[in-house]
Design a protein around this ligand. Structure first.
Ligand code: MN
Length: 294
């Protein structure tokens, strides 16, 4: 498929602007209205088939009160023989989706996004996925690479840190690790960010999206501080598609065929058991035969 570089850059810029100027957004947090429902996917990592299934099942045009939350779209398995990786294409589809349904589509900043913004190494099989991503953009845009790279960076930087609901849900890519929770800078969700916020290890953005294996008592503490009942994250791989970490933390993954997404009401009272009933496996969704396959 041939892409027009100006149109591609424009889609990323449009989506970045919609992210930044959304009336649902205040600083780094998007607050969803108390009507309809929300569907959230875990890490997607360019799983194109799951992305197709999610969009097909969510049917946004016919459900104007449905919100869709996406995270960690980049860095997947579409590598060519020269070590170029093609996830910019799925990122573009997500940006176009935001431009088409600005009120319904939302993103969460993830650690792979931040690594790509900073151009620093996450390694996979001895190769830097960020460099491979850049090679993919270079392969497909040649002398217009600079334009596209700048637009992609602007788009990734426009992602909020959290999405929350009035019935007590809090979505973020991960949770700060145990040792970071007690002194965590919770103002990060409600103020403009500076370079220090993104800093490796010490920055609250970095701590939020790189945190792992947080124990249930520390998740409780985090939730008390942000004033939410339940948290749903991605980030930690889940072989069966999901895992529960105590009574208030659900972890989901959407980057393999056993992966899941979550559907939750924006109006009903929720607990972890209600959330579990809203999980749906991608394998359970059949695309119609005329649906384009990726
Ligand atoms: Mn992650």
């Amino acid at each position: 498929m041939e892409y027009n570089p100006d149109q591609v850059a424009e889609a990323f810029q449009c989506a970045a602007e919609e992210n930044t100027l959304s009336p649902l957004r205040a600083e780094q947090t998007v607050s969803l209205p108390a009507e309809g429902d929300v569907w959230i996917a875990g890490d997607l990592h360019d799983h194109r088939r799951n992305f197709d299934k999610l969009l097909f099942a969510a049917d946004l045009p016919n459900h104007p009160q449905r919100h869709l939350v996406l995270q960690e779209i980049v860095h997947g398995d579409h590598w060519d023989e020269n070590g170029a990786e093609g996830s910019w294409e799925t990122l573009l589809r997500a940006a176009e989706l935001k431009c088409s349904y600005p009120h319904q589509v939302h993103f969460l900043l993830a650690n792979h996004d931040l690594a790509q913004i900073h151009g620093e190494g996450i390694m996979k099989g001895g190769q830097s996925v960020c460099e491979a991503f850049n090679l993919g953009v270079k392969r497909d845009f040649a002398e217009r690479t600079g334009l596209i790279q700048a637009a992609i960076t602007e788009f990734l930087l426009s992602f909020p840190l959290a999405v929350r609901t009035s019935n007590g849900l809090f979505f973020s890519h991960s949770v700060p690790s145990d040792s970071e929770v007690p002194n965590y800078d919770y103002t990060v969700f409600t103020r403009p960010l500076t370079g220090a916020d993104y800093k490796r290890r010490t920055g609250p953005v970095y701590q939020l999206i790189w945190g792992r294996r947080t124990t249930p008592p520390m998740v409780d503490q985090f939730l008390e501080k942000v004033g939410a009942q339940l948290i749903v994250t991605g980030h930690q791989p889940q072989e069966t598609g999901f895992g529960i970490n105590g009574e208030r933390h659900l972890i989901i993954a959407s980057d393999h065929s056993q992966g899941v997404f979550l559907r939750a009401s924006l109006t009903e009272p929720l607990d972890i058991h209600v959330l579990l009933e809203g999980l749906r496996k991608f394998v359970a969704i059949d695309l119609p035969v005329d649906q384009p396959r990726s």
